[in-house]
Design a protein around this ligand. Structure first.
Ligand code: ADP
Length: 480
């Protein structure tokens, strides 16, 4: 059962059957055709011979002479001729007169008796008949004794011949034996050929398996190549694609771990330096202590922010931990509340927050996550804004999705940075972002939230003029 599932075994059997069937069919066709034609030829020859005999009988008036027993001389000649024919064809010849009396039998068994059979009756109406009995091994035929030159002349008698088919059977047997030998040879050749071809046809698949095993064992990371068939090229392409995606994932994970370590270490290093400095100055004034402790506290805040953001992100990445709680949420109210919370930060920079609702929107979303999304976008629009700048939030919807557009009058994003801003820890200006409390994870979180809701996020930005972030999310939650 397991073996039959093997492609090689299937190919082998298919090739074998396809190779052998025509051989067997051809042998059968040739042998039976030969037999048919040999019987036909034999019947024709004997019929011709019998017609000649019939003409001799007529020209010698044998029938009347025989009936009247008046001409013994002609008998002998004809008898000899009949004898010779029956010897040559290993058969029996009977002459039957009009009253169905057998007047001559080369076997001398039926002479003087009556012989009525369907063939004989048909023959008396002028028709030659022939019949081959393959089972009993004889051919029987009848020829009318009639003057063919005279249209009106009556059938005077019938020549009934039955000959053995031994010679035909012998020939058929020889032919069959030879064909069988040839067929056996062909089967052997086909067997070897099928074995070889099936192995050769599946070899590329084996090569793919070997190559994949090598990759799995870790010997190689190179793309594999098995260009033998279009199909193997497809499989190999798909595998190489997977391989490169896996190594990209590997690489990004390594980068992520390195980034996380770095981000977590930076505040620690500052705290260490600050505390070491204090410890090294035993009689430092109280103001220095206060200043340094304030710095230490803000470094702890930073560390906290990074950890909070990382946890938010990891939670969203971990599919099992993703507890999405979609509920009907009024997006206008939610945005207004978020902006209210962010106003104090905006006020510090004298940035004006403006909310515009094109329509009332209620959507089936995860409230906590959508709040996180809007907070991050608006927070960025404030952080990367200029003094006395403006942040404009527009809520709109059509019958399928709602959109939140956050435009600012800030510093903008350089065009060559745009493809990377959603990457974890990516910052256009590292030191500036850190100064204003950025972790480099905000937009990565935004993107995760949007993807979770099967929405889309896009950005357009002009350096020095400002940026526009636009998020589109379906009104009804689509379960992933
Ligand atoms: P961060 O915590 O540093 O703000 P984000 O992932 O939120 O990290 O953003 C990544 C980077 O994209 C930021 O460091 C900043 O350089 C840039 N950026 C994001 N939003 C804006 C914006 N509204 N205007 C200008 N630059 C922005």
């Amino acid at each position: 059962m397991v073996r039959m599932r093997s492609l090689r075994a299937r190919l082998f059997f298919i090739l074998l059957i396809v190779g052998i069937l025509p051989c067997v069919a051809t042998r059968y066709a040739i042998v039976s055709n030969y037999q048919e034609r040999a019987v036909e030829r034999r019947i024709n020859t004997i019929q011709t011979q019998m017609r000649i005999v019939s003409n001799h009988l007529l020209s010698n008036d044998y029938m009347t002479a025989m009936l009247e027993q008046s001409s013994p001389r002609t008998d002998k000649v004809i008898d000899a001729e009949l004898e010779m024919l029956s010897n040559i064809y290993e058969g029996r010849v009977m002459i039957i007169a009009g009253n169905f009396h057998v007047i001559r039998d080369t076997y001398a068994i039926h002479e003087g008796k009556t012989m009525i059979s369907e063939e004989v009756i048909r023959c008396f109406s002028g028709e030659s008949t022939s019949y081959y009995d393959a089972e009993h091994g004889y051919i029987e035929l009848t020829v009318p004794i009639v003057d063919t030159t005279d249209e009106k002349s009556e059938v005077q008698g019938v020549l009934l011949t039955s000959v053995s088919d031994d010679s035909i059977v012998n020939m058929t047997q020889i032919l069959n034996r030879n064909a069988w030998l040839l067929e056996m040879m062909m089967i052997l050749v086909m067997f070897a050929l099928s074995l070889f071809l099936s192995a050769m046809l599946v070899r590329p698949l084996d090569r793919i398996t070997t190559a994949i095993k090598e990759v799995r064992a870790g010997y190689s990371n190179d793309p594999i190549s098995v260009p033998d068939y279009a199909e193997t090229v497809h499989i190999v392409d798909a595998f190489n694609d997977l391989l490169s995606r896996m190594s990209a994932v590997d690489q990004s994970r390594e980068e992520f771990v390195a980034n996380v370590s770095h981000e977590l270490k930076t505040p620690m290093t500052s705290i260490k330096v600050l505390s070491d400095t204090l410890l090294a100055t035993p009689d430092a004034p109280r103001e220095l202590y206060e200043e340094f402790l304030q710095d230490i506290a803000s470094e702890v805040d930073r560390e906290n922010r990074v950890i909070t953001d990382l946890l938010a992100l990891v939670k969203m990445d971990d599919k099992a931990a993703q507890e999405i709680r979609p509920a009907q949420v009024n997006i206008n109210e939610l945005t207004e509340l978020t902006l209210k919370r962010l106003r104090p930060i905006a006020r510090k920079k004298d940035v004006e927050l403006i909310l515009e609702s094109a329509r009332e929107v209620t959507a089936e979303v995860d409230e906590v996550r959508i709040t996180l999304l809007i907070t991050n976008l608006v927070e960025n629009a404030i952080k990367y804004n200029k003094e006395h700048g403006e942040v404009h939030v527009l809520i709109d919807a059509d019958h399928q999705a709602f959109s939140v557009t956050v435009s600012d009058t800030g510093i903008g994003i350089p065009e060559d940075s745009l493809p990377f801003i959603y990457d974890r820890f990516y910052r256009v200006d590292k030191s500036h972002s850190r100064e204003i409390g950025g972790t480099g994870l905000g937009l990565a979180i935004c993107r995760s939230v949007v993807l979770m809701h099967r929405g889309s996020i896009s950005v357009s930005s002009t350096e020095g003029e400002g940026s526009v972030f636009r998020v589109e999310i379906p009104l009804n939650f689509v379960q992933g």
